[in-house]
Design a binder for this molecule. Structure first.
Ligand code: AVI
Length: 384
């Protein structure tokens, strides 16, 4: 069985500027493809886009490697090998976010669902419909769906993702394990397209944006993603947002910079392999001649930006070539010894920063849950 990560993050070129946006996962990103909502058999209606994807890879690599400082978009991580490596990362002892968020759902799902359905005037609780942005294979979502079925008898679940293979896997997993769920998958890029919700009469929407996905956006882009979502919701609908906490960002000082650094530079070297795999991908997809042995993985904490940064550092002075292709002419890229390619940001939040971000997109934070060690937060917010 293939494994696809919960999330991925990228830099997209828009006109002549490059800006950071966030994109859900998938081995091959489906650029600009939007198909109608459909049930269960997404492969049947999607055209092949492998050439489009390769062209997009070429454009990203050219723009990023010609820039100063050099960058590569994080969505490039998620080819088949990178997706498998990310899946391994989520199970590493050092990488706490995935299991911690799952533990928060396991401990608090009844309360989360009750809060999302709560009414202030004593009227009966509305039926909740769950949508999920960047759902991927929706492995953690099952806990919330099972609780929704327990509370309301059945639930409609609308996962949104650019990867139809991930959505097919999510659908299979959920339908085979949680009776009472109706799955309506939607293949779409939620960072760039409106999300038609196909709202059912007399229901309230609970939107899930979990897995710390929001942390892979620059702050302005994070706000824009939430505003795009908010534009599709009605007042009273809710958003459940998963955020990784900054060092000392929770209610105590348990979480240190060392905790964070270990999560992004694990002892087994899986995150290093994940980071370096992007060079292998470029060699394969574009015919570049990166000597992967000549680069090393670096993770650092940027306190001013409250983010972990991942870089690939050039061990020696070296020249790398991008062959001519439909994205442009042949290019030679020079690296000084110690120069790095910035490959990812992963922002970490204080509880105040989460509230401020939500408010900037017209959500009011109503309740937040953290694990006992205050590593991770799950925040419910109401559309106002
Ligand atoms: C997908 N995203 C939330 C991960 C993170 O923690 O920022 C990606 C990742 N990069 C290295 N390890 C995990």
């Amino acid at each position: 069985m293939h494994h696809i990560p919960d999330r991925m993050h990228l830099m997209l070129s828009g006109g002549d500027s490059t800006h950071e946006i966030y994109r859900p996962p998938g081995r091959d990103v489906l650029q600009g493809i939007q198909v109608p909502t459909f049930a269960i058999a997404p492969e049947a209606v999607l055209p092949s886009v492998s050439n489009t994807t390769t062209l997009h890879v070429a454009k990203e690599a050219r723009a990023g490697l010609s820039a100063t400082p050099k960058t590569l978009s994080p969505w490039l991580f998620y080819d088949e090998a990178g997706s498998d490596l990310f899946e391994q990362i989520t199970e590493l002892p050092e990488y706490y976010p995935t299991r911690t968020e799952r533990s928060i759902f396991a401990a608090h799902a009844p309360e989360i669902l009750c809060e999302a359905a709560a009414t202030s005037n004593g009227t009966p609780a509305p039926m909740l419909t769950l949508i999920e942005l960047g759902a991927g294979t929706a492995t953690k979502t099952g806990i919330l769906l099972a609780e929704a079925v327990r509370q309301q008898g059945s639930v409609v679940y609308q996962p949104v993702d650019v990867s139809e293979t991930a959505l097919a896997e999510a659908t299979d997993n959920i339908l085979s394990s949680i009776p009472g769920v109706t799955v309506r998958v939607q293949v779409a890029d939620y960072t760039r397209e409106a999300l038609p919700l196909n709202r059912l009469a007399n229901t309230r929407t609970l939107a899930l944006y979990i897995g710390s996905s929001i942390g892979n956006f620059a702050p302005e882009d994070a706000r824009d993603v939430l505003r795009n979502l908010r534009a599709q919701l009605l007042p009273g609908d809710t958003l459940l947002l998963g955020t990784d906490l900054a060092p000392n960002g929770g209610a105590n000082a348990n979480k240190t910079v060392a905790t964070l650094l270990a999560a992004y530079d694990d002892a087994a070297g899986t995150t290093a392999a994940f980071n370096l795999n992007v060079l292998t991908r470029l060699n394969r997809d574009l015919g570049t001649d990166f000597d992967v042995e000549n680069f090393c993985h670096r993770a650092c904490w940027n306190p001013a930006q409250s983010r972990i940064e991942m870089h690939l550092e050039s061990i020696t002075a070296q020249r790398v070539h991008i062959p001519a292709n439909s994205a442009g002419p042949a290019l030679a890229i020079d690296f000084a010894q110690g120069e790095s390619i910035h490959t990812e940001n992963s922002y970490k939040f204080t509880t105040t920063a989460v509230e401020t971000l939500l408010a900037s997109a017209n959500f009011k934070s109503t309740k937040s849950w953290q694990d006992p060690q205050h590593l991770f937060a799950v925040t419910l917010a109401t559309a106002i």
